[in-house]
Design a protein around this ligand. Structure first.
Ligand SMILES: Cc1cc2nc3c(=O)[nH]c(=O)nc-3n(C[C@H](O)[C@H](O)[C@H](O)COP(=O)(O)OP(=O)(O)OC[C@H]3O[C@@H](n4cnc5c(N)ncnc54)[C@H](O)[C@@H]3O)c2cc1C
Length: 393
């Protein structure tokens, strides 16, 4: 059962260490990385060396051997730098493709890809979304053909986090009729593979987002991940860590915004007094605090169930993802309002949080797709005419 404080001594030491790292290695670089539209590759290496990337992975593959609460600690502390783009880049590296390699990769794949990625020596990405298929994964057109000695990969992906900076990408491609899909590990130096950065995003500027193109890419049979034909099933079981960390991130961003709003309303004066003295504003702060607590409760409960039941906790994880990502936007929007004109300019950071948070109800499965999963799993008396065969569900 979840307690109000699920963190042990090891987690607390990790938190202190990440907090210091954020202050010295991340906060001073925020403006530069936002302007560059990606973070430095060095930050992956440094976080890998400190054990932050592999905190919740087993020691025998290069992780620190802690549980998933360690990943929660890293995500919460990173939110304090108000650079959600970097945070997303790190968890899109650690918790999107790497759990797949951990779960279904062979020893050689773990040695060549998982371990160097956990150490931050190689950067990675997960390529699922296509212009034709986001929520509807079945809509994808990328194909791979078995050529005997190798597979030939053709097609494209879009909106891929870490796309241009990745050393390898885990790619889902159609390899037969109906639900016959296969996962491949594609090295970035494979002839025929190219990328195009997407820079005109609303927010998350410090994360690299890209289109990926595959033109007659020869993929070695050694780079097939898991069994050919089972890729769709593997990937549908691989969304839980991403969704949990989206919930944790959303909560931490909302909490950051609440703190900013508390501080600002105490300092800002209007009509002869600090604006926190207006009851209507105090009530907004109170509502923000209630929502932050509710977000934390549901996301911690989802993490606790994930640790107990693994992917069978999908129902509560989907609820946590839907609830926290929607509610955090309300909280951050109120924080912006309480800053008045200063909220609308860059100097106070709330404008960046507002833009960044907007992605969270879209990426990793939209709120509508979360409700679809919840209605199937939890409201089992509801009849479904639309079976959503290929949805991110
Ligand atoms: C910055 C960024 C980073 C991303 N990073 C990655 C990444 O690293 N890897 C990756 O593979 N993808 C990534 N994505 C893609 C992301 O996962 C998709 O954008 C998301 O799943 C939604 O898919 P879509 O954009 O095709 O929207 P669509 O699926 O076209 O949805 C459009 C609208 O229709 C709604 N809708 C769709 N189907 C249903 C339904 N059955 N019932 C009700 N409503 C529905 C949606 O909720 C949405 O409101 C990223 C996207 C962005 C913007």
């Amino acid at each position: 059962m979840i307690t109000t404080n699920p963190f042990n001594e090891e987690h607390k030491l990790l938190r202190q260490s990440v907090r210091k790292f954020v202050e010295t290695e991340i906060t001073p670089n925020v403006e530069k990385w936002e302007k560059d539209h990606h973070c430095s590759k060095d930050v992956f290496r440094k976080m890998g060396q400190q054990g932050y990337i592999g905190s919740s992975f087993p020691e025998n593959v290069g992780g620190s051997g802690m549980d998933f609460w360690a990943a929660v600690v890293v995500t919460e502390e990173m939110a304090k730098a108000n650079i959600a783009g970097l945070s997303m880049s790190i968890y899109a590296h650690t918790h999107l493709p790497l759990p797949l390699i951990k779960a279904i990769g062979n020893d050689e794949q773990k040695r060549n890809y998982l371990t160097p990625a956990l150490k931050g020596e190689k950067i990675t990405a997960l390529g699922i979304t296509e212009s034709n298929g986001g929520s509807d994964v079945f809509g994808m057109l990328t194909t791979a053909k078995d050529m005997g000695d190798y597979w030939e990969l053709n097609g494209s992906k879009t909106f891929i986090t870490n796309g241009t900076i990745a050393d390898f990408v885990v790619v889902l491609a159609r390899t037969g009729e109906a639900s016959h899909f296969t996962l491949f590990i594609v090295d970035a130096n494979t002839p025929g593979f190219s990328t195009l950065a997407i820079h005109n995003k609303l927010g998350m500027h410090s994360s690299d987002t890209a289109q990926l193109f595959f033109e007659n890419c020869k993929i070695s049979k050694a780079n097939v991940l898991g069994k050919p034909g089972h890729g769709f099933y593997y990937q549908m079981n691989n969304f839980q860590e991403e969704r949990l960390l989206a919930a944790v991130s959303a909560t931490a961003m909302a909490e950051w915004a609440l703190e900013k709003a508390k501080q600002y309303t105490k300092e800002r004066k209007a009509f002869g007094k600090a604006i926190v003295n207006f009851q209507s504003l105090r009530h907004i702060l109170a509502q923000m605090a209630v929502k932050v607590e509710a977000c934390r409760s549901i996301s911690y409960r989802a993490v606790a169930e994930f640790l107990e039941k693994g992917n069978k906790a999908e129902g509560i994880i989907s609820m946590a993802k839907a609830f926290t990502t929607e509610e955090s936007q309300w909280v951050i929007n109120q924080a912006l309002q309480l800053h008045g004109g200063n909220g609308y300019v860059e100097d106070y950071g709330v404008a960046r949080a507002w833009r960044d948070a907007r992605l969270l109800t879209i990426g990793g499965g939209t709120t509508q797709i979360m409700y679809e999963i919840i209605s199937k799993l939890v409201l089992d008396d509801v009849k479904h005419e639309n079976k959503l065969a290929g949805a991110k569900a």
